[in-house]
Design a protein around this ligand. Structure first.
Ligand code: AHR
Length: 516
């Protein structure tokens, strides 16, 4: 074990030698906070989610017609309630890979008349019974901000433009008359639109080179923007990190072409634990850090010559743990469903902290996905249970707001095959008025870490709310009728400039303190 100092405000601890000697029983750390040291506002849209026509996400998840658990519109009431508990701030639809051959006009009009289509992304048949009206009405019921990903794979410029017109225009046109005939008088005014999905991946229908995508997406973006000047557009950035792929070059070319029309560049990342290596898996947020920091530099580089203050933020609009239910789904019609355990929940907490620790550049994030497939909510025809990853997402969405803090952490670190220096404590912080929130994952499998938390410019004023996500062991998971991993809450008191906290082994702890 090696002592390192990970972050900005660091102070000397005991020597590495002393720590090494002490480590067997007693790991120690220091967390230091100066509330003036922030990196800017945390956008609530970091707590977005995603519903794709994939497996049982929509059909049997969000939407199940004729189920006693559904309301008259066909939405599962229990799923709506569970989704409300996540405070979903932005909901992406209809894909994902599905979006690249989705022709939105198939999904409007009387449900019985809608055409079933062969679905090639996931090898099934799409009924089209859940379409634009169903999605946007669902977003209103949740409620959440909708985010539609247009088909820039097999779709046309006109198709993308007319989708914006159908959803957003108040003019009297052939397209908006269709909307009115289909029962919706007023436009929904959808602000967030994706310019395709993962167009860098050879697996994508309509995959193009960065140059070709940049040119094609630019024409779509112009028409979409000229239809509604209020739309915010998200370009498809990197998702293909295969060996030998220069994913940064993709991002550079895309931003170069689209800079006058886009507000965000989307990047994706899925992580996993295929070799059953806890330490390596718990270091996954390092991969997210790297994707964000590298992409932010690329964007800055492209925009450097501009004098108009133009910004392109990062939309991390797909992220999750996903490695068990992978494979040849194409036409295999295999049900793609991950069951999550405690270690997955801890990794999700670190990924959320990575987003918060880059809140100055990342302004949108969407966990993929909301229900079934790779998701925090898991249903059957008779009910649902909350997967382990539900709890960290809920705690972040509910409590981590205001400004992102640069938190100083001194803690021993460990080495993995991929990373030299992984701190045992993963930390992010936020300050909202006088409320301080610290998110701490103890990456140590077996040992608690005794930590001194110090405030440089403020004091703890009494109340300390503690939520801990933990379980009997790192592989413990939830199921119908069984909740082994959940968030447990309690309160304590903290006063003065410092407080002590012992972060249990393999845990995620959120501390919420009032400051004076
Ligand atoms: O979220 C599952 C799939 O992962 C999405 O359809 C695709 O965009 C990504 O590869």
């Amino acid at each position: 074990m090696k002592l390192t100092r990970r972050t900005v405000v660091a102070t000397a601890l005991a020597s590495p030698l002393i720590l090494r000697a002490a480590a067997a029983q007693d790991l120690r750390a220091q967390i230091k906070i100066n509330t003036a040291d922030t990196r800017g506002a945390i956008d609530q849209k970091l707590y977005g989610n995603f519903v794709e026509h994939l497996g049982r996400c929509i059909d049997g998840g969000v939407f199940q017609e004729h189920s006693p658990l559904s309301n008259e519109a066909g939405y599962r009431r229990d799923v709506l309630e569970a989704a409300r508990g996540l405070g979903v701030s932005l909901l992406r639809w209809p894909g994902g890979n599905f979006s690249s051959n989705y022709h939105w006009m198939d999904g409007i009009g009387p449900r019985a008349d809608r055409p079933p289509r062969l679905e090639m992304a996931w090898g099934t048949v799409e009924s089209n019974r859940f379409g634009t009206h169903e999605f946007l009405d669902y977003a209103e019921q949740l409620p959440t901000e909708p985010y539609i990903c247009a088909n820039l794979g097999t779709g046309t410029w006109t198709e993308a433009q007319q989708w914006v017109e159908y959803c957003n225009s108040a003019e009297d046109t052939a397209i908006t008359r269709m909307r009115r005939q289909n029962g919706r008088k007023d436009p929904w005014k959808v602000t967030y639109w994706g310019l395709g999905n993962e167009m860098d991946g050879p697996w994508q229908m309509g995959h193009r080179s960065a140059e070709d995508y940049g040119k094609f997406a630019l024409e779509a973006a112009k028409l979409m923007r000229w239809t509604d000047s209020n739309v915010k557009l998200v370009a498809a950035g990197s998702s293909n990190y295969a060996a030998g792929v220069d994913w940064s070059a993709w991002n550079r070319t895309v931003v170069d072409h689209l800079q006058n029309y886009i507000d965000y560049l989307a990047i994706h990342l899925y992580v996993g634990n295929p070799n059953d290596d806890f330490g390596e898996f718990l270091a996954s947020s390092r991969l997210m850090d790297d994707k964000i920091e590298t992409t932010a530099k690329v964007i800055d580089g492209v925009l450097a010559g501009r004098t108009d203050g133009k910004k392109v933020h990062i939309a991390f609009d797909e992220y999750n743990v996903w490695y068990r239910a992978r494979g040849n789904d194409q036409r295999g019609r295999r049900i793609l469903e991950e069951r999550y355990n405690l270690e997955d929940a801890l990794v999700i907490a670190t990924l959320l902290s990575s987003l918060v620790n880059h809140a100055d550049v990342v302004k949108i994030a969407n966990m993929a996905q909301l229900v079934n497939v790779i998701a925090p909510i898991f249903t059957s025809d008779d009910g649902l249970f909350l997967q382990t990853i539900y709890y960290p997402l809920q705690l972040f969405a509910k409590n981590v707001k205001g400004n992102s803090l640069k938190v100083g952490v001194d803690v021993p670190s460990y080495k993995t095959k991929q990373h030299d220096d992984v701190p045992y404590l993963d930390v992010s912080g936020a300050l909202d008025g006088n409320t301080l929130v610290l998110n701490v994952v103890n990456r140590h499998k077996d040992q608690p870490i005794e930590t001194t938390i110090s405030l440089e410019d403020k004091s703890f004023s009494g109340g300390l709310a503690i939520a801990e996500v933990n379980g009997p062991d790192i592989k413990a998971g939830n199921d119908f009728g069984k909740t082994a991993v959940r968030a447990q809450s309690r309160t304590a008191t903290a006063r003065g400039k410092t407080t002590q906290y012992r972060f249990p082994a393999h845990s995620f702890t959120q501390l919420k303190a009032q400051l004076a």
